[in-house]
Design a binder for this molecule. Sequence first.
Ligand code: SAM
Ligand code: SF4
Length: 342
Amino acid sequence: MDKFKPLTDNYGRRITYLRISVTDRCNLRCVYCMPEKGISLLNHDEIISYEIILRLVSVLAKHGVNKIRITGGEPLVRKGLAGFIESISGISGIKDVSLTTNGVLLERYARELYDAGLKRINISLDSLKEDIFRKITRTGSLKDVITGINLAKNMGFNPIKINTVLIKGINDGEIIDFVDFARKLELNLRFIEYMPIGGNIAEAVLSKEIEEKISSAYDGFSLINRNKKDKDGAGVLENSVSKEFGFKDCGAVIGFISPLSRHFCGDCSRLRLTASGNLRLCLFYDTEYNIKDILNETDDEIIFEKISEFIKLKEYKHNFNEKAKKQESLLWANDFMNEIGG
Ligand code: SAM
Ligand code: SF4
């Protein structure tokens, strides 16, 4: 048998986690993610096919990629997602498949997704007040997302993680409401620091400030150490980017993802696939590699060698604090989160 060759960058970091943006389309227009009028979207034939993604994942899985996140745009607007998730989960070596969604279409698709084998889900929710929800998403209804969360909970999705981005002066008054919401439903709530992308539309609320507010409101709010390696000592299966806290009296978990104030580049095991079929090494560098052509190769090892060469270009750490100081856009002129997938 051939010796196992892990996908490794120039700094010895093993790449074990692939985030796949399956579409650049979205049914919302969140102020921090997309311009109000939307952006010029890819033509349907420019969006990477499920077939090519599955081929890529099967090659990478032989070289240690074991964790997949499906994101977008809004992944639930792409047809055939449940079947695709079922196929990806069946690839040998893939241990963890999860989905990030805005939750609007969960009422329609939760059952199908669950039956396809999806058990882990992240739902983005930035306000518990209908008017503020509308202000942030510019469209859409909070009621739909809450219905989706309750349905996912009753169906047995576990864990359910709620992703919340706080923006000064808009939703930063809702910290305790969010914590109470997570405690009531025993959810995993993660506050993600707002990244000023494509122009600085607002001020971020840093994790420390949120942590202090929660800590002074609840007794027994304490740090949980849950970073775990898989049994080969390889990829981090549990979340390493989020600093997590629990409570003595309930099972809710509060996490902080702090790209601005506590970067996690040293442990980065991530690779991204954009909706147009480009592999991207880091959210904040525009180095991309189109995989559509190399996936025509019939020999998996040639594909792996080509991707390996590309991985060697991965930078050690992101540069966005430097860019932010100079008030430069954190992404490049034609980049938006909806295509890269966040
Ligand atoms: N549409 C899905 C959703 O909203 O969950 C998946 C795609 S969205 C790009 C993935 C995640 O990126 C969401 O949790 C969203 O809140 C986050 N995100 C988008 N723009 C962001 C920004 N400027 N700063 C921080 N997080 C951002
Ligand atoms: Fe759409 Fe998600 Fe971006 Fe909001 S954050 S506009 S839901 S892709």
